[in-house]
Design a protein around this ligand. Structure first.
Ligand code: G3P
Ligand code: CA
Length: 281
C-alpha cells in the first residue's frame, strides 16, 4: 500500500511539473498575428499584442537608402501594391505603398476594410510603438550580403533605448539570424544583448557537440524547424543552456507535440490558437 502511495505521488509530481512546463511555453507572434492581419503591419502587431502573445517577431531588410524596414520577402510583389526588390527602393518610395490590401484579396474570409492602406514600417517605428507592450524578436535578413546592417541594427537599438540594462535583463529584445558571423559581430557591439541562432530546416542533425558549444558562446536562444525536432533533440540543447523555440507552428496537433517535446517558445502565425492550446492544457 505504502509503495502504491509513493508511486502515485511521484506520478502526480511528474504531471504537475509537465503542466508547469507547458504553462511556461511562450507564444511568438510570427510577423505579428499574420493569420488574421497583413504581416509586418501595425494591424498585425497590434493584434498579436491584443491577443497577449508574449513576443512579437519581425524580419528586417535594408532599403536602398540603408534604412531597416520590417519585411520578409526580397521583393515587394507579394505583400504590397508595388513591384521590384526592396533593396532598390528608398524608404520614401516604400512609404507610398499599400501593404494591407493584398491580404483582403488573398484571404477573403479574413478581410477588414481597415487593412487597406496599411504602411510598411521601419524598425524604429516598431520599437517605439511596442517596446513597452511585448518582447520583440528581430530577424536580420541576409546580413551577410548587406554590409552595414549589423551596425544600423545596433544604432536603432541604441536610439530606442533597447540596450538599457533593465531591458537587456528582461530580454525585451532578442536578435535573430541564420547567419552566425552577423550575430557574433552584434554581440561584440552589445555583449549583453540576447541572440537567437536560427538553424535552417534540415540542418539540426548536422550540428556537432563542439559546434553547439561554439554557438552557445554568443547565442542563448536557438530555434529549429518544428518538423526537425524530437524530445531528445530539444533536451540536448536545453542541457547546453539554450532557450529552445520552434518555427513556424500553425496546427493545433503540432503545437501540442511541441509542448510534449519541452520547447520553451513557439513561433506561430496563429498566436490566438496557440494561446487557446496553452489555456486548455
Ligand atoms: O524567425 C524564424 C522564422 O521566422 C524563420 O523563417 O522565413 O519566416 O523568417 P521566416
Ligand atoms: Ca523570421
Amino acid at each position: 500500500m505504502k509503495k502504491i502511495l509513493v508511486l502515485a505521488s511521484i506520478i502526480g509530481l511528474i504531471v504537475t511539473i509537465q503542466a508547469q512546463e507547458a504553462d511556461s511555453i511562450f507564444t511568438i507572434a510570427h510577423r505579428g498575428d499574420s493569420y488574421y492581419a497583413p504581416e509586418h503591419t501595425f494591424a498585425a502587431f497590434d493584434l498579436g499584442v491584443k491577443r497577449k502573445a508574449e513576443v512579437i517577431e519581425l524580419d528586417v531588410r535594408f532599403t536602398k537608402d540603408r534604412k531597416l524596414v520590417a519585411f520578409h520577402d526580397k521583393t515587394i510583389d507579394r505583400t504590397t501594391n508595388g513591384k521590384g526588390y526592396i533593396k532598390d527602393k528608398t524608404l520614401k518610395q516604400l512609404k507610398k505603398l499599400d501593404a494591407g490590401s493584398w491580404f483582403n484579396k488573398a484571404y477573403p474570409t479574413r478581410t477588414s476594410k481597415s487593412f487597406k492602406g496599411e504602411k510598411l514600417r521601419t524598425l524604429d517605428e516598431i520599437l517605439a510603438r511596442y517596446k513597452d507592450k511585448a518582447k520583440i524578436y528581430v530577424e536580420m535578413k541576409n546580413p551577410e550580403t548587406n554590409p552595414g546592417m549589423v551596425e544600423e541594427m545596433y544604432r536603432s537599438l541604441k536610439r530606442n533605448g533597447m540596450l538599457s540594462s533593465t531591458r537587456l535583463k528582461r530580454e525585451n529584445i532578442v536578435i535573430e539570424s541564420f547567419n552566425e558571423s552577423s550575430l557574433k559581430k552584434l554581440k561584440t557591439l552589445a555583449p549583453k544583448l540576447s541572440m537567437l541562432y536560427l538553424v535552417y530546416s534540415g540542418d539540426l542533425d548536422k550540428l556537432s557537440d563542439s559546434k553547439i558549444t561554439s554557438i552557445r558562446k554568443y547565442a542563448n536562444h536557438i530555434a529549429f524547424d518544428y518538423r526537425d525536432v524530437s524530445a531528445h533533440k530539444v533536451s540536448r540543447f536545453k542541457k547546453k543552456g539554450f532557450i529552445v523555440s520552434t518555427y513556424t507552428v500553425d496546427k493545433k496537433a503540432d503545437m501540442i507535440r511541441m509542448h510534449q517535446y519541452g520547447v520553451n517558445g513557439i513561433f506561430t502565425n496563429r498566436p490566438s490558437l496557440h494561446l487557446k492550446v496553452r489555456n486548455t492544457k
